[in-house]
Design a binder for this molecule. Sequence first.
Ligand code: LLP
Length: 445
Amino acid sequence: LNRAATPASVATAPTLAADPAGLFADAGLVRGGDGVLRLDEVSLEAIATDLGTPVYVYNGSSIRARYRALSESLAGIRHRIHYAVKANSNLAVLRLLREIGAGADIVSAGELNRVLATGFDPSTVVFSGVGKSEAELTAAVDAGIGSINLESSEEHTLLERLVAGRVLPHPVRVGIRVNLDVGVETHPYITTGGRAIKFGVRQDAVPGLARRIAANPRFKLVTLATHLGSQLLDPRPFVAAAKGLGGLLQTLRAEGIDNIESIDIGGGFGISYDDSPAIDLQALGAGLAAVIDQRVALHLEPGRFLIGSAGILLTRVLFRKHAGAKAFVVVDAAMNDLVRPSLYHAHHEIVETVAHGRPVQVVDVVGPVCESGDFLAQDRPIAEVQQGEHLAVLGVGAYGFVMASNYNSRPRPPEVLVDRGRYGVARRRETIAELLAAERADPFS
Ligand code: LLP
């Protein structure tokens, strides 16, 4: 598939209706001879009809396959995969990942509660984030998590104050999130390494902070962590990060700080959204194996890589219309349900849930929300659809539902897990009554 937008002016001769094979394989999607799209043998058309639309659907076996592929690429390296909960925090997804051995990377008290509710061993949980509150730090200390990754010396000062008068069963396990200044190529909103960025502690400030931590018996410095950015397709920055953290380990060892247990290269492993290649896991594994310090474990924080491809958003065609040279397909999913196209100009493939073999048209697929920025795709060649038919938006497992809002007072869609040939509702559709419930028309009464 050619990712470049097809201008409307060539709409007279659009080509392409073939399903994107690579994305189908990553998602576990199969189109039967009957034209029906199935996820692990479950018809997506049936889910849309049973539950209504819009609806998010996740494929459990695809999540497991991604986890295994990533873990196998690191065979020979002592490692642990901490799933970045922010990518998709549905309890059913968390439970599934916990069952296959994942730890968790969290960024809030809300996420801490989710991982504790789904039975994660607290020692496999790491807490990242540039602005943790007192309440969040206290909750993390109370839960005895694997590592609180500090992002500034002020944060350490606050944590020291919070634990000062307390009786602690064990020292508080902390890490330092380092800003390694490794350059990456991705969308500017999701770049997190680099000098003028709010994340992490500058490299030259790490030894000083490490000495402060080491000097206080209530703390144990267990990890050096970093995170470079998201949707990185080149493995080399990760190798550079492992090398950079390894160098810092040496520096700290030379100062007598030699009990660090792991280095954490963060998340950001890129997936395929348009059938172009995803990150090369072989190259990643080989590159890391060449630089890794065997005395410490390697930790990773993938979110998108594990769940992105496994998720699909089903939506129904409400209307078709034309304006000027443009053809629009108005669907019942909008930017409030899936904001990535509007926010990042992200590309998500869109296919029919039942193929009819109709000709291809170049259209904008847009939602009902009242702004022109509300689109799922622009100038997109898709097979002609009719009112009432369903479309499947691919690659939305990560940063899909979790970024949904109630803009335009639209209830958020349900989430469904497909696993072992069945489907179950993992979160029911929000109701309009729930949207109103927390509000008071007269706040003075
Ligand atoms: N670890 C840390 C510290 C992070 O900040 C992130 C993501 C991850 C791990 C997981 O990154 P992943 O493996 O999922 O790329 N909303 C954006 C993505 C924001 C990512 C923020 N941090 C999107 O829709 O593309």
